[in-house]
Design a protein around this ligand. Structure first.
Ligand code: HEC
Ligand code: HEC
Length: 344
């Protein structure tokens, strides 16, 4: 079936009459992905189903929390305002909800790298007592009872019954389509704009001081590392150590991407910093705490006041408002309107 044909079928009144032909653009200077990006039209439809699931509180036990409750599209899919994430029944988690984009390139997921495949990731929040507090079996039962989700499934996986696999796969395909590649930095790389002298100088500071960990063009190597933050004495989060129990894993956290930082505050695994200025202050003047024998940062970075201003000018080129305000990632209003009309 041709792409156009599927689109037409979609337009003829099934659950996907709101479905639009997707475009995935990956710049030539991006490295190969870890997770295969959707290429077939059917996979894009599955991603659209994943988009509906992402915004639907049906995935939580008391239908109050959706993925988007913690991963807001207007904040590059990070948590709004809270340092620590808030889940079902007002429970508070122990970490800051990370932004979601360029996940197809992620070597591992979660702040401590605990999960290694996007297809498996969603089980964690759905079943976590402090996040959505559900079971996969019950989610599947609820989806089976919904006419609109039944129709959606038969469009996406004809002749199959709802199973955990379909929930997870649809969610991961949707998340794989969240690609940030239209920052001013990208425009510069694509030859569409030239940096100002200030941005250019900041780029040099960045390459000298930050790039080894926040490596361009994704602005993360995807590895675990330690940037010398002192441990929060209440949370006592030892990062990957809880999972690996090796001395070398103490205090290791995943290096977050610096793309879209203006939308994703607060910063660090526990959201301890409100502003980029606080982050730079840590790197330039922080007390480096050596509770992690594995710290990759043992002394403040030598960045002068002037260089810090230049660095800031460069960092501002990493925010992608085209991505953040792209309605094709936002709440799929038409899907839910249809669902409501069917149940009247
Ligand atoms: C209660 C808030 C909350 C909800 C609801 C929630 N998340 Fe998260 N999410 C988090 C937090 C906090 C983390 C970081 C967890 C950690 O590192 O231990 C996270 C991590 C992730 C990551 C890993 C990102 C990375 O770069 O490593 C992905 C992907 C993700 N969530 C997707 C989802 C999806 C899909 C859903 C819905 C099924 C969802 N989340 C629901 C708070 C939430
Ligand atoms: C040795 C590796 C390393 C270097 C060098 C480094 N960082 Fe980081 N960075 C990290 C790690 C690891 C984290 C996550 C730490 C945590 O949450 O515990 C981080 C977190 C951040 C965050 C928080 C992002 C978020 O979404 O929460 C910002 C902003 C940041 N770094 C900026 C910079 C800048 C700017 C530089 C250069 C001046 C720099 N980093 C140099 C490893 C590094």
């Amino acid at each position: 079936m041709s792409v156009k044909h599927i689109f037409l079928v979609g337009a003829l009144g099934c659950a996907f009459s709101w479905w639009r032909l997707p475009q995935i653009e990956v710049p030539t200077y991006f490295p190969p992905t870890v997770f295969a990006l959707p290429t077939e039209a059917i996979d894009f439809q599955r991603a659209e189903l994943g988009r509906a699931l992402f915004y639907d509180p049906i995935l939580s036990l008391d239908s109050t929390i959706s993925c988007a409750s913690c991963h807001s599209p207007y904040h590059a899919f990070a948590h709004v305002d809270h340092a620590l994430s808030h889940g079902i029944g007002d429970s508070i988690g122990t970490r800051n909800a990370p932004a979601l984009f360029n996940l197809a390139w992620a070597k591992s997921l979660m702040w401590d790298g605990a999960i290694n495949h996007l297809d498996m990731q969603s089980v964690a929040p759905i079943t976590h007592a402090d996040e959505m507090g559900e079971t996969m079996t019950h989610v599947v039962q609820k989806l089976k009872r919904s006419t609109i989700y039944q129709e959606a499934l038969s469009t996406c996986w004809p002749n199959e019954e709802w199973e955990t696999f379909h929930v997870l796969r649809a969610l991961s395909l949707f998340q794989a389509t969240l690609i940030s590649q239209s920052t001013r930095y990208d425009q510069m790389r694509k030859g569409q704009v030239t940096f100002t002298a200030m941005e250019e100088k900041g780029y040099t500071v960045f390459q000298t001081q930050c790039n080894q960990c926040h490596r361009e063009p994704l602005f993360t190597t995807g590895e675990l590392s330690n940037n010398g933050l002192p441990m929060d004495s209440n949370l006592r989060d030892e990062g990957a150590f809880a999972r690996l129990q090796t001395p070398g894993s103490k205090g290791l956290f995943k290096i977050p991407s610096l793309r879209n930082w203006a939308f994703t505050k607060p910063y660090m695994h526990d959201g301890r910093f409100e502003r980029m200025a606080d982050v730079l202050n840590h790197y330039r003047r922080g007390t480096y705490n050596h509770w992690s024998s594995n710290t990759h940062m043992t002394a403040p970075l030598p960045i002068s006041d002037q260089e810090s201003v230049e660095l800031m000018a460069f960092l501002k080129t990493l925010n992608d408002s085209a991505f953040v305000f792209d309605p094709s990632h936002h709440f799929p209003k038409i899907f839910f309107q249809q669902a409501k009309e069917r149940t009247k």
